[in-house]
Design a protein around this ligand. Structure first.
Ligand SMILES: [Zn+2]
Length: 300
């Protein structure tokens, strides 16, 4: 196995012989970090991994400068599935689930019946953008492909896979006519790339390194491969943000809550399990406008 696969990274590639580009994502450490926070059933682990791989691909593809979030919601056994990835390539994620309602072979439709996926980009500067797609495809990859077909009208195809150890993704996107001018040839060339991409089995996507995958699929093409870009698990929670959430309660209610909970309020981060404690003095300080002071986060 190559060194590349030991790191969490995305890697872009470009076809010199066709108007198309692509990217491969491979996540292992960050995926393990996300899975370690809660006892996720296997089908939920798979969805989390696929969504992480999709986020890693989108953050580069959408030229995000800020925060990309993917939020899948349903009224089924997985009410929420959420991944956030920053343009600094820091990723975190979580899912809510009803373990006793999840069969080992549950499909996307079983887990998130009538689900919707919101793709949100919060740029550092400028306006928030949100796109919504129904989760009515057979797989998450189909849903992302549908999303691009509907919203961007740029031919795009996603392949996603995850097995609880590794999360992998690949996408291809057509580029404006340049290498191939003739429209029929252009369509044929694109369809051929897709057809070859579809021959990749999920086990191969999960088990092979980028170089092997690209050689196996596209050895007849000239593919230019770019340097991989690292991605890592990091949670953006902080004592300050947790404190800000408390201020929305109002001073008196916050103090009452402290009293009701034996002298302190505990705010747990669901992404990383960090725990933030606030006692009456902390609450007074928050409402005095002095902000949040003292200890940083503690972990279980
Ligand atoms: Zn956190």
């Amino acid at each position: 196995m190559s060194d590349l696969l030991k790191k969490d990274a995305t890697q872009r590639f470009m076809f010199d012989t066709s108007d198309a580009r692509g990217e491969l994502a491979s996540l292992e450490h960050s995926y393990a970090d996300v899975l370690a926070k809660h006892a996720y059933p296997q089908p939920v682990q798979q969805l989390l991994g696929e969504l992480m791989a999709a986020a890693a691909l989108l953050v580069g593809n959408q030229k995000v400068d800020g925060l990309l979030s993917l939020q899948a919601r349903s009224e089924g056994p997985v009410p929420l599935l959420m991944i956030e990835c920053t343009s600094d390539r820091e990723i975190r994620g979580l899912a809510r689930f009803e373990a006793d309602q999840i069969a080992a072979d549950a499909t996307l439709a079983d887990l998130l019946p009538n689900g919707v996926l919101a793709i949100t980009i919060d740029p550092t500067v400028g306006q928030r953008y949100q796109g919504i797609v129904d989760l009515n495809g057979d797989t998450l990859a189909d849903c992302f492909t549908n999303y691009f077909v509907m919203s961007e009208q740029v031919p795009t195809r996603f392949w996603l896979g995850a097995d609880g150890v590794r999360a992998r993704g690949m996408f291809l996107q057509q580029l404006p006519a340049d290498v191939i001018e003739d429209e029929d040839e252009r369509v044929d060339s694109w369809n051929k790339l897709l057809m070859l991409g579809d021959t990749l089995k999920t086990e191969e996507l999960l088990g092979l390194d980028n170089e092997t995958i690209l050689h196996r699929l596209y050895h007849e093409e000239t593919v230019r491969v770019y340097d991989p870009l690292a991605i890592e698990f990091k949670c953006s929670c902080s004592r300050e943000r947790s404190g800000n959430a408390l201020t929305s309660l109002g001073h008196e209610d916050a103090l009452n809550l402290v009293a009701e909970h034996g002298g302190h309020i505990e705010i747990d981060c669901q992404f990383c399990n960090a725990q933030y404690l606030f006692d009456a003095a902390d609450v007074d300080q928050l409402f005095s406008g002095a902000g949040v002071q003292s200890p940083s986060k503690t972990h279980h």
